[in-house]
Design a protein around this ligand. Structure first.
Ligand code: C2E
Ligand code: MG
Ligand code: MG
Length: 650
């Protein structure tokens, strides 16, 4: 007598799982689709098992009962064993390792045991060696049934071992439940083998699949439902799995240059639905047979596509996908707005084979390959020195802070009225033992985001104070040195004390230092910052506003802090070839001077530019025309030579 209650209970569990899959719209992606197939097959296996066992309990069978018992036994055997195969395929899809079965001999090896089962079932009506169904005794196992169990165990054991092996590809909170599913399923098979009347198998399968649904396939973790694409967190975790598994993929990174503007223009809701429409268009890119395409989104407007690379012709395929993606995005329009994409193709593992590098390149490709094109190839970018520096920037910063590999360069600033160099700007460089001299344009923004800016800023201040104490500035013709302060430094409550301590150590007159802050400082203005600035001003330090003209500085902002100098960004000078650009510069100089500010024009490279600035009555000029930033000793030599020349002519 079989206990059919477990089978009966398993059926509603399978139905609930299927309903949840439907309600969560878990129909995209190989893993989801395979999981739904697993549940369907399990549901029909349970129904067949129930039919077979119910008839069995009613033996001796009627004519109809006999037919039901025979048919449901065959259906059960076919589906139950198919389930083991599907579960293993699901595991491969979940860990993005389906490509392991790409070779024909591997496919044959994988499906052969199941084919043997189908073969054994096909010969069973003639031999009855697997099982027999008689009217008197109902279902009876035959000697070949052991082979069925053996094959089920092989699939189960391979799955179990693969689960253990997969702990590298899956986070612990997913890997654990997956292993539990296998343990649960095989424990039930063992119990049912020893006590055939206890129909535990389908019920334990149902519990296992519920566990997969609840603990492993969590679409809320995978999906960014607002835009209908996979989330940024999924992208990161999939890239790690891809790299670990060695899967060959093409990654297309699409960064929308104007995403923020479009979001502001459309508003959040309409912007998200616009992105959803773009994703829908991209989903329509024709793919090779069997090729999958996953679409991810990173806020505010970056889209990442991951497609498998075929065995051959990978390059042509990616070009085709790249063009198609561009075309699709270009065709999308919402209220007259269109995205302006910059696209980068990364082939993995050919171009890059570290997950961190792939993720990081997706963020930086336009910055590293600093051109205005719209398509970038990782294969070209990864050869550049800037790429190597960018990819190792944290290590470089760490070394710079620990070993003090920070050098100060000084760029003289020309005083138009006196015709001499009356000041200079201190500019930091990292001199790394491995990567050489590194520009602050690269390491300062990285130091700001990676938390190194305070130790670097402290070092810069220390070096500049020491420089001033070691040289007689008056003898060099210099009134003061300008030092750049980053926002984080301005926000540090200890800044005035740190500067006060340096002042004491090096016995420096505060008038010798002018602190440069940027517009970003104003954007982040808070109490500590206001307090810091006023304390430093009280101590005798003066402030300059750097890079005026590239952000949103208003004259009100300029007026809110007692700034002694305004430094006009090079980009304003670059615009003087146009009538408007020239007028803007001229009026800026005039306006600033009328509210009592002195002006430094940055980035003068030619004699014409210098003449123009002189004509506009600009107070100071800084630029390559006079000198590039120089290492300390060269800078001293430059000033001395200049003074000798001046005395000679004077
Ligand atoms: P900045 O403060 O605006 O410095 C001026 C930059 O313009 C320097 O770049 C200088 O080399 C460059 N420059 C000067 N004249 C010309 C010219 O005629 N043509 C061109 N093309 N460029 C010119 P650098 O040294 O690469 O510094 C870049 C930025 O890094 C600086 O811009 C500043 O924002 C930041 N920085 C440099 N040193 C420090 C530092 O010690 N602390 C902080 N917080 N930031 C720093
Ligand atoms: Mg500066
Ligand atoms: Mg500047």
């Amino acid at each position: 007598m079989s206990i059919v209650y477990f089978d009966i209970c398993s059926i509603p569990v399978f139905l609930i799982i299927l309903y949840i899959c439907y309600a969560r719209r878990m129909t995209k992606g190989n893993a989801n689709r395979l999981f739904i197939a697993v549940v369907f097959v399990s549901l029909f296996s349970a129904a067949a098992d129930l039919g077979m066992e119910a008839m069995n309990n009613a033996a001796p069978l009627t004519e109809r009962g006999y037919v039901v018992c025979v048919v449901s036994t065959y259906i059960y055997m076919i589906l139950r064993n198919a389930n083991n195969v599907l579960l293993l395929l699901f595991l491969l899809a979940l860990t993005r390792t389906t490509f392991l079965l790409r070779k024909t001999w591997k496919k044959v090896g994988f499906f052969l045991p199941y084919a043997c089962i189908l073969g054994m079932l096909a010969q069973n009506p003639f031999t009855g060696s697997a099982f027999t169904v008689t009217r008197e005794a109902g279902y009876t196992r035959g000697p070949l049934m052991l082979a069925f169990y053996g094959i089920a165990l092989i699939y189960g054991f391979v799955g179990f071992l693969y689960c253990i092996y997969c702990r590298r590809y899956l986070p612990a909170n997913k890997w654990g439940p997956l292993l539990a599913v296998y343990v649960l399923a095989h424990l039930a098979v063992l119990i049912q083998f020893l006590r055939p009347g206890l129909l535990l198998e389908m019920f334990s399968t149902a519990l296992g699949e519920l566990l997969i649904l609840l603990a492993i396939l969590r679409p809320e973790e995978r999906m960014d439902s607002e835009v209908g694409m996979l989330s940024w967190a999924s992208y990161q975790s999939d890239i790690h799995s891809i790299v670990l598994s060695g899967e060959r993929v093409q990654i297309i990174v699409i960064r929308m240059r104007n995403s923020l503007e479009i979001r502001n223009y459309l508003g959040d809701h309409s912007y998200n639905s616009f992105l959803m429409e773009v994703a829908g268009e991209i989903r329509g890119i024709p793919l090779r047979r069997g090729q999958s395409l996953e679409i991810y989104h990173e806020r505010p407007g970056s889209i990442y596509l991951i497609a498998e690379t075929g065995e051959s012709g990978a390059k042509d395929d990616s070009e085709r996908m790249l063009d198609a993606a561009r075309e699709k995005i270009r065709n999308c329009e919402r209220a007259g707005a269109r995205f302006d994409p910059q696209i980068c193709l990364i082939r993995c593992p050919e171009d890059l084979c570290s997950a961190e590098d792939i993720i990081s390149l997706g963020h930086k490709f336009q910055k590293i390959d600093n051109r205005t094109q719209s398509v970038f190839y990782a294969g070209n970018i990864t050869k550049s020195r800037t790429f190597a520096v960018e990819m190792h920037i944290e290590e470089i910063l760490d070394r710079a802070v620990k070993d003090g590999n920070i050098e100060m360069y000084y760029q003289p600033i020309y005083d138009v009225r006196s015709g001499t160099f009356r000041s200079a700007e201190a500019l930091a460089r990292i001199v790394d033992p491995e990567y050489g001299v590194i520009s602050p344009a690269i390491f300062i923004p990285a130091a700001e985001t990676l938390g190194y800016i305070i130790p670097i800023g402290d070092r810069v201040l220390g070096r500049v104070f020491r420089f001033i104490s070691e040289h007689d500035l008056d003898a060099l013709g210099l009134a003061y040195i300008e030092v750049n302060l980053s926002v984080a430094q301005c926000m540090e409550s200890a800044l005035p004390d740190k500067i006060g301590a340096l002042q004491k150590t090096y016995r420096i007159d505060p008038g010798r230092i002018n602190l440069e802050i940027t517009e970003t400082t104003f954007e982040n203005i808070n109490e500590i910052m206001v307090e810091n600035v006023s304390r430093l001003i009280e101590m005798g330090y003066s402030f300059a506003l750097d890079d005026y003209g590239i952000g949103y500085s208003s004259i009100q902002r300029v007026n809110s802090i007692p700034l002694s100098l305004i430094k006009i960004d090079k980009s304003m000078l670059d615009e003087v070839s146009s009538v408007n650009g020239r007028m803007i510069l001229e009026h800026t100089v005039h306006m600033m001077q009328s509210i009592g500010k002195r002006l430094v024009a940055e980035g003068a490279e030619t004699g014409d530019e210098v003449d123009l600035l002189r004509g506009m009555n600009c107070d100071y000029i800084q630029g390559f025309y006079f000198s590039r930033p120089l290492p300390e000793d060269e800078f001293i030599r430059f000033l001395r030579e200049h003074r000798i020349r001046e005395c000679g002519t004077g």
